[in-house]
Design a protein around this ligand. Structure first.
Ligand SMILES: [Zn+2]
Length: 271
């Protein structure tokens, strides 16, 4: 059974789970999770997937991620003060993505390293991410890239990018710009909100909607090119805005959203 240290930090029972050596020296401590298995496909992971914990406290989230019955885990948890805890060795598949899709692939757990960032999330009072926490996330991403070979900038993703109809995390407060400033992730300054042009709305049909879907799909999002701005398309537009056009997250493909998508496609890194 789990036990609690005098500081109320969750620690695994050493008799139940054996600790492992952390993958990086920037890890403060290892709290092993039983929730992992072998990666499928025989290729090393080349996606970094960012989450928020979405629970009232980081310690409660860590406990859940390290309890067998929850069937969820992540490789890392980054606390508000920048403390990094590792729960699953990078070579193993942690269970954080769930049903998901990116750029033709559906087993995102096999393809990725998962980082849970402590924040109560939309359900429990979404707050700004402290700078110390973001600095730790940046250091961790750089450490992963340094040790494993470069992770392509456009494969540092939000959970909401790969599961847009189910997930909101890490959400529109997550400072992708700061990561980009430090060389982590693909991000550009979004086009201004007030510019002229065509706006596409949920419910619309036609070639312009198909073009939007094609663009989103080309970037990696899981959306069909049906020419119908259906609920799934709206969810993907919302996910896109949470990541790339945070000033307004409403699922409406306004000119700013469309231009930002175009600029991202034009600047994405080549393989
Ligand atoms: Zn998540």
């Amino acid at each position: 059974m789990p036990r609690f240290s005098p500081t109320h930090r969750y620690v695994a029972d050493p008799k139940v789970m054996s600790a492992f050596q952390p993958d990086s020296f920037i890890v403060a401590n290892v709290v092993p999770s039983p929730n992992f298995d072998e990666r499928d496909g025989g290729r090393p992971p080349d996606i970094v997937l960012l989450h928020y914990t979405g629970m009232k406290t980081g310690e409660a989230a860590l406990e859940r991620l390290c309890t067998g019955a929850s069937k969820v885990s992540s490789h890392y948890v980054v606390f508000e003060d920048g403390r990094i805890v590792q729960c699953v060795p990078e070579e193993m598949r942690a269970w954080h993505a769930g049903v998901s899709y990116w750029a033709g692939e559906t087993d995102i757990n096999s393809r990725s390293i998962g980082i849970e960032i402590v924040n109560p999330g939309h359900e429990f009072g979404y707050v700004d991410f402290p700078l110390r926490q973001i600095a730790a996330v940046i250091s961790l991403c750089k450490s992963i890239s340094k040790r494993r070979g470069p992770i392509r900038a456009d494969r540092v993703l939000a959970h909401s990018d790969v599961a847009p109809s189910r997930k909101q995390d890490p959400g529109e407060k997550f400072p992708w710009e700061l990561l980009s400033d430090s060389g982590v992730g693909h991000w550009i300054r979004s086009a201004p909100l007030k510019i002229d042009g065509v706006t596409l709305h949920p419910g619309d049909r036609g070639e312009a909607v198909a073009r939007l879907q094609r663009g989103l799909r080309e970037y990696g999002y899981g959306v069909e090119e049906s020419g119908h701005y259906d609920d799934a398309t709206r969810d993907v537009v919302i996910a896109f805005q949470r990541h790339f056009r945070q000033a307004r997250v409403d699922g409406v493909a306004d000119p700013s959203t469309l231009l930002t998508l175009r600029a991202l496609l034009d600047t994405r890194p080549v393989k």
